[in-house]
Ligand binder design. Sequence first.
Ligand SMILES: [Zn+2]
Length: 196
Amino acid sequence: MTAVASDTSAETHAEVASGEVANGNEVRVVRSTKRRKTAEAHLRDGVLEVRIPARFTKAQEREMVAYFRQRFERRQSTDQLDLPERAARLARTYDLPHPASIRWVSNQAQRWGSCTPTRGSIRLSDRMAGFPDWVVDYVIVHELAHFVELGHTTRFWELVNRYALAERARGFLIAKAWEEREPFAGQPLPSEPRER
Ligand SMILES: [Zn+2]
């Protein structure tokens, strides 16, 4: 399970914790006077610990807990996808090269997928955690097609568009990228949580 966030080491000041159990996931909220703007969450021994600024209202706390819980639950569901098996099946179906390796990564903020054709390796951003399988499949097909065509050429799109839901998946991904820029649209909430 990937941890979200970073600068918790110095947080020893005035912390108040409260706990709850929801949807089978135990949640612990830590309010810290040291923390000014951002909220973070870690999964520790099966408990989702959400750290927020002490000044947050109850409503803001609920919003943050819901946000992080959804992220972690999605990630848990994505962990169950058998990526090598999926990629092999898609390569067979679309007559594309089989990848030597395919895995989730947490350090890809700008792209949904990337590949190194010389190594036959594919990396998928775990921001796609919980996305529908057919969207993840589109990104896999996209990367597999790069093993044949490096650039986004006409030939490349011909290969990719044989995947029947390609256009729909692109629309889904565009919408998700837009959401990520405004995760708390309309709310006077903190800056976007950092991830590593
Ligand atoms: Zn591409």
